[in-house]
Design a protein around this ligand. Sequence first.
Ligand code: ADP
Length: 489
Amino acid sequence: MIKVLFATSEVAPLIKTGGLADVSGALPAALRAIGVDVRVLIPGYPQVWAQVGAVQSIAEFTHLAGFPASRLFLGTIPNNDVPLLILDCPVLFQRNGGPYQNPTGSDWEDNPLRFGLLSKVAALLGSDNSPIEWIPDVVHCNDWQTGLVPAYLHFDPAARARSVMTVHNLAFQGNFAPPTLSTLGLPAQSFGVNGAEFYGHFSFLKAGLFFADQLTTVSPTYAQEIQQAALGFGMQGLLHTRAADFTGILNGIDMDEWNPATDHHLPAHYKMGKMTGKKVNKVALQTQLGLTVDETIPLLGVVSRLTHQKGLDLLLEIAPRLTELSAQLVILGSGDAGMQQTARDLAAQYPDKIAVKIGFSETLSHQIEAGADLFIMPSRFEPCGLNQFYSQRYGTPPVVHATGGLADSVVDCTAETLKDGTASGFVFNGMTAENLYQTIARAISVYQDSRKWQTLRKLCMNKDFRWETSAEAYRQVYISALENPRSPE
Ligand code: ADP
């Protein structure tokens, strides 16, 4: 049985800022179901301690050069009983705020040290010097926060584990000023083109992409896109040279957590063949948000970080025109201050047609998936995206830009795709406000044709996005890492 340490900086339901948490909360359970012995490693943030049940102390690290003392506890992820290793280091992780930022939204200044320690401990656990008996065959690293693991393993003669580096979003790279190096206990030669150096910075992600035995990202299309300059964020050359060790594996979703027939966040349940509950959710959502209550008005939903990546500036630009199509719009999200303000202004201008909730709400996000008619995701780039899966499962066809995982998981609704049973949403090429507007208008015209609409909704809800398929693909990657170890000069 392959043993895998899944090292991550967030895991649902304990701590979440985005899709990485959903993946970390679900993929390990799916891997265990197919016989991979996975344990998850996460920092002991206050949010983790507040929710995790009984734990036992299993190791202490007092002599890791450059790092404060820390301890390792063993517990389980509450939802699914996956073994959870919690890295306890109060001076680095026990603070108010988010996992990466302080309460005012600035990055924690000691992030290199915080995630350096996470990486260091993950690598140590994969070596003969590990203080615990269970030694992984593979350390699976996720995004820049664990990007140094492959570097530590590479420079440690006692290293035993192979490494897999998964990119959930290449835009976040963990690039820091070079002096960082001396505090992290890595040798000077790690800071070179063949290593962690990235345009004069010390890059956690670059180190991972250079030293890991295998690389993956979260959709086949994104794997291709980031080997090119337009979306490669400067890493395209390296990724291209590593193409033979680089796989795109589409994320799955937690089909139990996201199930309109049982979802405890919803005022009413529904499933295929029994769709009345969806209308009840729509009316409840309109009422709760102060929109005109009318089940025939097309209601467009958004749940997203409000950032340039997500392309919502284009949606805000066309929002007044959408109200002329007599559509309603609900936006749940937070992020860019300017975008938040524009959204709030629109809600004030069209109180019965546009509702905006700035903030993070798991409950409202489920209610929007269920209560909206269409879900809007005009991302400029999207490594995988999750909401397009959730919205299909909830019978809320997504409108998406043809990029990354959106292109891999949504099939444009045409006469042909409705007939052959593949249609699952609305897809546009060319990232312009006009293209988005025309596609939403096209979607609304399908919405108004109730036969077509019912067919489309049924096709969406019939789709299977369970994690098992992806878990099997990850197992193959672990096998490749074990069979073909990388040997960089
Ligand atoms: P990303 O990781 O780039 O933010 P994804 O679509 O991969 O985007 O995943 C985002 C996840 O976070 C989804 O589960 C989405 O529903 C959730 N999410 C984003 N913003 C909010 C919010 N304001 N409230 C609740 N959930 C949110």
